[in-house]
Design a protein around this ligand. Structure first.
Ligand code: HEC
Ligand code: HEC
Length: 350
């Protein structure tokens, strides 16, 4: 009897050993597979950088603190209805989730508000690339009649100077300037703040070697994203924001977006025939949160946007499963917004 028990225990032990062995083997194979995919994709989609520096506008704590206040400052709009945060809400991934946004007078703009998160890392700003960086971009909305509608730069400077708290805030942010409350410095402070709006995500954790940061289905989606050719345009650490491309390459824009009037994109800026229907390839970081999609915000659902992209840019019809997997992968580009980032600052009193 004793012998039998002993025999049975050895048998069991052997069985357990065999099991753990297959398990370790499977894990090892999985790890190898992960590592080889990682090697390929890290070249095409690098990890999100930790910083977005600009040699001409050093990011300092004082500047970003002022920039955040200005980002929330409704007194920078003529009627006091609007701040940057109205359309690029830091609680909702830097967008307002509207097709197009109402400005200070309630009038709707012509294009969808893109996210302010990670935006500083793009090669140019706006759907048509008409601003070279976030500093230049920040000067636009305040004076734009359908956005914040202030009459001119001097008016904005006077207004800021009339609010007591800004004197100290600008002096701290621009300590070597004799007269720091200027429109140029407003742009620099907001730009510096936007340079801090970076959102590393599970994709970056996976790229750094954490295999469990993303699931097998999500990896499948990443492979489909590449085998379909999405990465030809959506590349780099932002999965976009590094080039202009035509939308659409196949078919008609009005049909894809079900609209009356096509947007000619960059053509409106350059008047060059080659720029007709050219747009900056948008970034896909946090894309699950920044609906509705496309330059006119006409598409609410991500799977519809993916389907349109495959057909209009690649002349391919994806299966529902391929679309689901790509969408699952895109969710790994969603970062975490800290309470600190989301918190509205106290605005200086009169
Ligand atoms: C009324 C809504 C509204 C307000 C207010 C507003 N924006 Fe925008 N913003 C937009 C729209 C719409 C676009 C895209 C316009 C285009 O590309 O033609 C845009 C574009 C941008 C971009 C470019 C993003 C990219 O991916 O190209 C940045 C950055 C930005 N805004 C920051 C700001 C800042 C900073 C402020 C405050 C000074 C501000 N916005 C105020 C609606 C708004
Ligand atoms: C030939 C270049 C190109 C290819 C290939 C491409 N895209 Fe795009 N993508 C663009 C451009 C340009 C836009 C902006 C179109 C517009 O709104 O005018 C865009 C927009 C998008 C949007 C909407 C982004 C937003 O913020 O509204 C998503 C999502 C997207 N692409 C995903 C994909 C996927 C998934 C694939 C592969 C199936 C893909 N794209 C292939 C160029 C491309």
């Amino acid at each position: 009897m004793k012998k039998l028990i002993l025999f049975a225990s050895f048998g069991l032990l052997g069985f357990f050993l065999a099991c753990t062995n297959t398990k370790t083997n499977e894990q090892a194979t999985e790890k190898l597979k992960n590592d080889s995919i990682r090697k390929v994709v890290s070249v095409i989609f690098a990890a999100l950088p930790a910083e977005a520096p600009n040699p001409e506008n050093q990011v300092t704590a004082e500047k970003t603190a002022l920039g955040k206040i200005l980002y929330f400052e409704t007194r920078l709009s003529k009627k006091g209805n609007n701040s940057c945060n109205s359309c690029h809400n830091l609680n909702t991934y830097g967008v307002d989730n509207k097709s197009t946004s109402p400005g200070d007078e309630g009038k709707l703009g012509g294009r969808n508000s893109p996210t302010s998160f990670n935006s500083a890392l793009q090669f140019v700003q706006f759907w048509d690339g008409r601003a070279k960086d976030v500093e230049e971009q920040a000067g636009g909305p305040v004076l734009n009649p359908v956005e914040m509608n202030m009459p001119d730069k001097a008016f904005v400077e006077k207004k800021l100077a009339s609010i007591k708290g800004y004197k100290e805030l600008f002096a701290a942010a621009f300590p070597t300037d004799k007269n720091p409350i200027t429109y140029e410095n407003l742009k620099k402070a907001i730009g510096a703040f936007e340079r801090t709006l970076l959102t590393p995500s599970p994709y970056d954790a996976w790229l750094a070697g954490n295999d469990s940061a993303i699931t097998a289905q999500e990896i499948k989606g990443l492979q489909t994203f590449m085998s379909s050719g999405c990465n030809a345009c959506h590349m780099g650490s932002l999965f976009g924001g590094s080039m202009y491309q035509k939308f659409p390459l196949f078919g008609d824009q009005k049909t894809w977006l079900k609209t009356e009037k096509a947007d000619e994109g960059r053509f409106a800026v350059t008047k060059a025939e080659a720029d007709k229907y050219m747009f900056k390839v948008p970034i896909l970081r946090n894309i699950t949160e920044t609906w509705p999609y496309f330059h006119d915000g006409s598409v609410k659902e991500l799977h519809v946007a993916i389907d349109i992209m495959a057909q209009s840019e690649l002349n391919k019809k994806l299966t529902p499963e391929e679309i689901t997997n790509i969408a699952a992968f895109l969710k790994t580009l969603k970062g975490n917004l800290s309470d600190e980032v989301k918190k509205a600052p106290a605005l200086p009193g009169i």
